[in-house]
Structure formats: structure tokens, C-alpha cells
Ligand binder design. Sequence first.
Ligand code: LLP
Length: 413
Amino acid sequence: MDFNSSIRYVNERLQIDDCELEAIIAETGTPTYIYSLKRAGENYRRIRDLFAGPGARIHFSVKANGNLALLGALKEAGAGFDCVSGGEIYRVLQAGAAGEDIVFAGVGKTRAEIDFALESGVAWFNVENVAELDYINGAALEQGIDRARVALRLNPEVSAKTHPYMATGHGSAKFGLTADVIRQLWERQSRYSNIDFAGVHLHIGSQLGDIKATSAALDRLLELIRPHPQIRAINLGGGLPVAYRFGERAPALQDFAAAIAPRLAGYDLLLEPGRSIVADAGILVAEVLYVKRQAGQLFYVINASMAELLRPALYGAQHEIVPLLKTEGEAELAQVAGPVCESADVLARDRLMPPLRVGDKVAIMTAGAYGMTMASNYNARPRPAEVVVEESGDRWRVSRRRETWDNLTRSEV
Ligand code: LLP
């Protein structure tokens, strides 16, 4: 059975590319995130080929996965990067990218982060506050930068069909600037001696459930920029959806491309996909600690939790959970729970699960995006190790060591 071109059962054993997961885990232990660089690269190229025209560039959204080995592989494949903090810029530079590969976004950039971004020579600032512009202008002047390139982020007042925590384009959201503010800023652009107002940015949400809202938002954006010939670039953010459950059909990326690309002739298109590049390239492997029957329910308590993968607790997200070794026997409704002291710490509720025993290993699927980046040390849990399977498919390595108890206390004084 194949989950995708990289993750599949071969002789009843789950593999990632040509590496058997049991063999990796035997060396690394659990919980461990494992990423297929091959799959991430394929996803990147598929999106690039669907949307790319002359001048188009795909900036991988680092908030989805900041693993240095992964960032390095995407850089080699030609990707740029969407960063939302000085820390993410630092990470991307560490991974070998250059400032010109970076777009710097965020609703609350600090002055220190803006200074660092200018020093690093980032390609674009996606701007969401008027006061931020003043600061960028002054800092660019001070640093002797002729013009910092800015894309004002439009809040198009369009509600995306997605989880409310992932929608960003409705009028009451904290994100972006309304069209009237953007128009005023463009009218007054001569006041900003060191800013090049060359772009406009839009991101209405993540895991977008349909194309209609994106299309409506794009209508508003095109209407806004039509009278402004200085706008050369349109950054349409991220949000391309993926399927998390077996049999689920997310809107096809081709349909997004068909609705978007033909309308952007004459502009440079920038995209910031995160999830659609890495989600299905990664899994989190955990181990069954206890099997407990209580109050008519079957609990599998595993050694991964909301601290390692927050998405189920935060969004009610549903990740498939499958054993590394296919098991015989009747599937049964179960709760797959983590050890954290929170009732929200259930990774799968009322889920048909194959019979599992203590010590069995399971893979939590589609965990490559917003898994490790949202992991915490809650309950003083060291964060998991990360493994990458190289693009060749037959070699793997630990790209980030498992945290230790020493890591937990090291910064305390
Ligand atoms: N660009 C901007 C301005 C964004 O805010 C985001 C995501 C992206 C790009 C990348 O979106 P993607 O292509 O990955 O959908 N933690 C959540 C998702 C929140 C995403 C926030 N912004 C999750 O676990 O699903």
C-alpha cells in the first residue's frame, strides 16, 4: 500500500523511500521525526512547474519546517524562503541561502529583526503596518541601502474556507492592510526615500478548502493594483492544501494554478507554500507505551504527545496513524493518546486502529509540516530527534539530535 511516492509498505513493513523505518528507529529511538528529502523536492518541483512563469519564484515557508538539512535541500533545488522572524532568517542563512533568497513577513517585526533583515540583504519585506514602513525607510537610509523592496500585504476582507485559526484574510483579522490604506501609502510613496513599493502580498489562510475565496481575493488585489504600474510583483502567499485522511480529496493544486496563473500575465509571481511541500514528506514515529481498557474505551498510550505534534490538540487535526509493521487482526475503535497531563492530548479520537501491543511502533502520517516547528518542552519533554532520508533514497542520517534533560535546564541561571 502506498501513501505517496516515498512512503509505503513493502512486504508489510513501512518504508520511507528505500529505507525501512524499523531499522532507522532501532538506532534513533522514538519519538522521531523522519523526512524524505526526495518527496519534499518532488513537491517543490511540482508546484514550481504548475505556477512558474518567467519571474516566478517559490519561497518555502520556513514556519512549516525549519530543519537545516531540509532547507539546504530545497535551496539546492532552487527554492527561496519565506521567513517570519529574525530566527528564521538566521536559520535559512545557516542552511546556505543568501539574503536575496528571502522574503521577510510578519505582523510584528521588531526593529532589531528589521535591521538584521536589511543587513542580510533580504529580497522583500512583506509589510503589514504603516509604522513598520517608516522604520524600514529610516533603517535603510542609515544602512546606505538605496531602496528596500516592499510588498504591502492586502487584507482583502475575504473569508477563507478553513479552520478559523488558519484564516487570515477576513476584515477582522490582525493581518494585512486594508485596500484604502494601501492606496494612501502608494499615493504618498515619494515620502519614503528608501523604499521601492514594487509589490503586493496576499495570504488568506492555510489549508485552503476551496479556490473560490482565493479567486475573490485575487479579484480585489488586481483591482487595487491596476492603476499602479510600479507594482511588478504579486506574492500570493501559501495555503495550498494537502489531504490528511485516507480517501480525503483536497482541492487539486492544478485547479489553484489554473485559477491563478493565467490572470497574472505581466507580473512576477511569488508564492510561499509550506505545508504542500513538506507535510506528506514527513512522519513522526512513536511507540506504544500502554494499552488500557477503561469505561468501554480502548486507549493506546504512545510516547508522542501534543508537545511533539500540537496539531490535533490545537486544530482538531486528524493525522492517520499506522503501525510500522502491518498487524493481523480486527481493527477496533480506539483513542490514541499521549502522556501529557491534558485532556486535549489525544492524537486520534475514536479511530479504527489495528490491534497494537506494547512496544509496537506507529507512524503519525503527514507530520512534516508544523510538526517539529510547533513542538514544545511542555511537561519537560525533550524535543524529538529529526532524521532525513537523503534524496538518493537509500541513505539516512540524524539531522538533529534528540534533546536531553540537560538541554531542558541549560539556559537557566
Ligand atoms: N505565507 C504566510 C503569510 C503565512 O501566514 C503562511 C502560514 C504561509 C505562507 C504558509 O502556509 P502553508 O502553505 O503552509 O499553508 N500551524 C498551522 C498552520 C498555520 C499557518 C500559518 N501561516 C498548521 O499546523 O496547520
